[in-house]
Design a protein around this ligand. Structure first.
Ligand SMILES: [Zn+2]
Length: 512
């Protein structure tokens, strides 16, 4: 993953500025309320160690672990003194996540009279049904696309992908290698009418077989009647065409199967899909504003309480604890809530923790379509995702530049708040449409931006522990997290008290 060489520039910048410690000792400017003292490093640390503890089991969306974490989040707001704003006088807004996946109970793969277990011996890269019985045809030369494979079960070695096609994103390199190899085969076999395509893993794919299966066994996630994540439709179809409808019926098999398949035995393959719904929850708390008129308008703080559950073990740990992602912003919201309780603003404030963000922004897509207050009364979304890692003086504000910027006035408030708090050097690369991670599109502000709410995302960007069991509370930079939390709090304070709500840029249009 290309990264900007942050250290030299940021260090040079740090020399020119007072450190955070001296800034805190200096008298606070008039615009900074004394209540900002409620944003305390000790509270952030205590809360994060609790939220990202092993006992929370990685808070996976759509599981009992997300519900446990959500109850804990709601309990924090009750203690802080915020009113519930979810369903029926509770802190919880319920919705159903839709899952479509290959059924391991209804599917079976028999080759040469022997049974093979799905996602252990054989992996389905796509969520595509397969029904095939017959003799296997071995394809010695895959490059010959004139071979008629219609109505046949074919098998071949999986070729290594073109290195340039391996996406430079944050997933483990060996998994990205397999992704690229399978994507090339999807293209090669598209619309050629094979009944089933068995691809024998090369050594590198075989080494990544387990982690690849762990990713693909989960299938696809969506929410009905939510705001679409991308232009033009549902998550089941749009962003991952290689997984969903229309993908060729590919199965990846272990390297050790090569000789068996070359003997062209008969096969009986039934890959069947299952679709079901599972309850998820947004946690929503409210602090009412002081102004009789403006209290009908809302500043919305946004985080997600879910993480990635328990998965494969790295260094003896199976809990993907999600301390930075996104315990860091969740606890920053508690701190902002304490400051707002101490001194409420003119406008009201909603503190929202979205469920199942990691499964495709499910909770925010739901709430942006079914908000607890009319969407026109939400004046700004202050979303954060991962704010406690990387260089102490570097951060990003996504939605600060075109085409992602939807309110220059809101951006100006955020920049002013940065100058009065964290004084971060802002890295603008991650907000660009050309950034390989597409970082802007990967958090909960996006559905709100799509429905016309001024929206920004605070982040300190990716790191090597992202989506691994190593994203734990011991690795967080707490002084940095405190400055980020102060910055987000003060931005919300400015929005809550501005004479005019930040205007939406009428020309705003996302590139995807
Ligand atoms: Zn996240």
């Amino acid at each position: 993953m290309p990264r900007r060489p942050l250290v030299p520039l940021a260090l040079a910048f740090a020399l020119l500025l007072p450190t955070a410690t001296t800034a805190q000792r200096a008298p606070a400017p008039r615009e900074v309320p004394a209540a900002m003292r409620e944003v305390r490093e000790a509270d952030l640390k205590r809360d994060l160690y609790a939220m990202a503890s092993d006992g929370m089991r990685g808070r996976e969306g759509g599981t009992i672990d997300e519900l446990r974490a959500s109850i804990w989040v709601a309990e924090q707001y009750r203690k802080i003194g915020l009113a519930p704003k979810g369903d029926d006088g509770t802190y919880f807004q319920w919705f159903n996540m839709v899952r479509t996946r290959v059924s391991t109970t209804m599917s079976r793969v028999m080759i040469g009279g022997q049974s093979f277990a799905l996602f252990t011996d054989v992996t389905a890269p796509g969520v595509v049904p397969i029904e095939a019985i017959g003799a296997i045809t071995w394809l010695a030369d895959l490059a010959d696309t004139t071979v008629d494979v219609r109505g046949k079960i074919v098998a071949a070695m999986l070729p290594a992908p073109n290195p340039a096609s391996i996406r430079p994103n944050s997933y483990p390199l060996n998994v990205r290698y397999v992704d690229a190899a399978i994507a090339a085969m999807n293209a090669r076999f598209a619309r050629r009418g094979a009944l089933a395509i068995l691809l024998v893993a090369d050594a590198r794919t075989d080494a990544a077989f387990g982690p690849f299966a762990t990713m693909r066994i989960r299938g696809l996630y969506d929410v009905d009647r939510g705001v679409p994540r991308f232009n033009g439709g549902s998550d089941r179809l749009a962003p991952m065409p290689q997984l969903g409808q229309g993908a060729p019926p590919i199965l990846l098999v272990r390297a050790s199967m090569a000789a068996t398949l070359q003997a062209q035995p008969t096969a009986e393959i039934a890959v069947r899909l299952e679709r079901f719904e599972t309850p998820c929850v947004n946690v929503i708390a409210e602090l009412e504003g002081t102004d009789a008129k403006l209290r009908n308008e809302y500043v919305l703080y946004s985080s997600h309480q879910d993480a990635n559950g328990t998965r494969y073990v790295i260094d003896g740990d199976s809990v993907w604890a999600g301390a930075d992602d996104n315990g860091s912003v969740s606890v920053a919201q508690f701190a902002a809530a304490r400051a707002f309780v101490k001194k409420p603003g003119k406008r009201s404030v909603l503190f929202v923790h979205h469920g199942s963000e990691e499964r495709g922004l499910i909770g925010s897509r739901w709430h942006a379509a079914h908000p607890v207050v009319p969407i026109a009364q939400i004046v700004a979304v202050i979303n954060g995702d991962m704010i406690g890692r990387n260089h102490p003086d570097s951060a990003s504000l996504l939605g600060a530049q075109p085409p992602h910027r939807n309110s220059p006035e809101f951006v100006a408030m955020a920049l002013k708040a940065n100058a009065l708090t964290g004084k971060f050097t802002l890295d603008s690369l991650w907000d660009r449409p050309t950034h390989p991670e597409g970082w802007y599109f990967r958090s909960d502000h996006v559905p709100y931006a799509r429905v016309g709410v001024p929206s920004l995302m605070w982040t300190t960007n990716l790191h090597d522990d992202y989506h691994t069991p190593k994203d734990n509370p011991q690795r967080i930079d707490y002084p940095k997290l405190t400055r980020m939390a102060q910055w987000m709090y003060l931005t919300g304070w400015f929005v809550a008290n501005a004479d005019k709500r930040p205007a939406l840029d009428p020309a705003f249009k996302l590139e995807r």
